[in-house]
Design a protein around this ligand. Structure first.
Ligand code: IPM
Ligand code: MG
Length: 374
């Protein structure tokens, strides 16, 4: 088995180094190959997603991705910006199903900006359609308006669109994930305004007929954004389009206290996937040993579970992360009074030590229950 390692930009290289360290101690039968992506690839090869990197990602059994982007590339023509690398990988690898769990760790309940009772035990799963919608819809561009409020003025436009099979396949993914959890799906749309999302709602409802054991409700996206901060635990599986999913998954992530804790998986129809932390490249703290590597380490665990068929190894990593949190170790993003502040490398080392049954010099017992369901 082969894992493509794409660290990317900013904190990407630091957090990936820790995940690679963790994977190495598991002693599993796979090889890794590293390649440049994002701004780093643009600097070296003149393109954020060079042919060689794409070829590696396609040939590998799974891709572990860090983060891309830096403000210094904001002025580049769009096709050369670092973000095009992740969008290109999603498109070329057909990664249409994006799993973004938002789990509030018992040890981190206080790091949330919401009241502890609202988020304690929170465990929801946002399933975002990842290769359609206004993100990829054609046509798009700039032109001179021929109609509208200001004919003759310069304007820009994008296209929101979803085909029936695109909605059907993500709906199946959501209902099947719900069967492994609390059997409840909330489909988020904007059917009151947008034709695309009336269609979305109709198709999800149609697919639901095949899952009578799963409860389905529909919610408008503005209300969903509100309910997420009002009563987040009322959700279980949330399924939505690319654009709404981008926004709601950041909101859900922050409920848990830190986006630095959350992994994600983007899968194709054969469960081949790209795994990445839910956070970005954080150029402001890059190279300072400040970033939280746990989201990337947990992404590696998701990769072992979903694409590499190593559920035991995934459980071991997740238990080791919990053990490290229980021992009171915290990077700056999750630090609070009474806990021990550590850097990126120290956090990675602690997870490695926990995998060997050691935390901060003490022998600990790790629990074996997986934390990422669905
Ligand atoms: C995400 C990011 C990306 C997106 C950007 C970097 C293109 O925000 O993965 O959520 O918008 O999908
Ligand atoms: Mg986003």
């Amino acid at each position: 088995m082969k894992i493509a390692i794409l660290p990317g930009d900013g904190i990407g290289t630091e957090i990936m180094a820790e995940a690679v360290k963790v994977l190495a101690v598991l002693d599993l039968p796979f090889e890794t190959e590293t390649a440049l992506v994002g701004g780093a690839a643009y600097e070296a090869h003149g393109h954020p997603l060079p042919e060689s990197t794409l070829a590696l990602a396609k040939a590998a059994d799974a891709v572990l991705f860090g983060a891309v982007g830096d403000w210094k590339y904001d002025k580049l023509e769009r096709q050369f910006r670092p973000e095009q690398a992740i969008l290109g990988l999603r498109k070329h690898l057909g990664l249409f199903a994006n799993f973004r769990p938002a789990i509030c760790y018992e040890q981190l309940t206080h790091a949330s900006s919401l009241k502890p009772e609202l988020v304690a035990g929170l465990d929801i799963l946002i399933i975002r359609e990842l290769t359609g919608d206004i993100y990829f819809g054609q046509p798009r561009g700039r032109r001179v308006a021929v109609d509208g409020h200001f004919p003759g003025a310069e304007e820009a436009f994008d296209t929101m669109r979803y085909s029936k099979p695109e909605i059907e396949r993500i709906a199946h993914v959501a209902f099947q994930a719900a069967r492994r959890r609390s059997k409840k799906v909330t489909s988020v749309d904007k059917a009151n305004v947008l034709e695309t999302f009336q269609f979305w709602k109709d198709v999800v409802t149609e697919v639901h007929a095949q899952y009578p054991d799963v409860a389905l409700d529909h919610m408008y996206v503005d209300n969903a954004a509100m309910q997420l901060v009002k009563a987040p635990k009322a959700f279980d599986v949330v399924v939505t389009g690319n654009m709404f999913g981008d926004i709601l998954s950041d909101e859900a992530a922050m409920l848990t206290g830190s986006i630095g804790m959350l992994p994600s998986a983007s899968l194709d129809k054969h469960n081949k996937g790209l795994y990445e932390p839910s956070h970005g490249s954080a150029p402001d703290i890059a190279g300072k040993d400040l970033a939280n590597p746990l989201a990337t380490i947990l992404s590696a665990a998701m990769m072992l579970r979903y694409s590499l068929n190593q559920p035991d190894a995934a459980d071991r990593i997740e238990s080791a992360v919990k053990a490290v949190l229980s021992a009171g170790l915290r990077t700056g993003d999750i630090w609070s009074e009474g806990t021990q502040r550590v850097g990126t490398r120290e956090m990675g080392d602690a997870v490695v030590a926990a995998l060997h049954g050691q935390v901060a010099g003490k022998t600990i017992t790790t629990r074996t229950a997986g934390i990422i369901k669905g």
